[in-house]
Design a binder for this molecule. Structure first.
Ligand SMILES: [Zn+2]
Length: 118
């Protein structure tokens, strides 16, 4: 590398801003950028439902910006929504959570995704 190339590298480096880039403003609730915040479209009061929803979420999904699990969390009564994060869920673990969550009172359970094997 000759002197001109080295000088060019230093000039390029000096052009890099010292401060981190300004992030878009985020909604304090859904943590999405304000331009795509879905909070105004959520029900003002939690929806009254006759079922409970249990979500088993991989930890990597929490960082994804779609954030559909919180959408459910903010729309359903706390006693009807359960979110468990983890990489593996043993049936004993889930049953323990389910029992502690009073879901055993449900008369039926449906697995919506992934589809249950027939
Ligand atoms: Zn929001």
């Amino acid at each position: 590398m000759d002197a001109n190339e080295i000088n060019g590298v230093f000039q390029e480096l000096s052009g890099i801003p010292a401060d981190p880039p300004v992030k878009r403003e985020q909604c304090y609730r859904c943590r999405r950028p304000l331009t795509v915040c879905w909070c105004p479209f959520l029900p003002r009061e939690p929806l009254q439902v006759k079922c409970s929803i249990v979500i088993l979420q991989h930890p990597g999904e929490e960082k994804r910006c779609l954030r559909t699990a919180p959408m459910l969390e903010y729309s359903l009564p706390k006693e009807n929504f359960f979110l468990f994060r983890g990489r593996r869920f043993s049936s004993g673990t889930i049953q323990g959570h389910v029992a502690s969550a009073r879901l055993q009172q449900c008369t039926f359970t449906k697995n919506l995704f992934p589809l249950a094997l027939k």
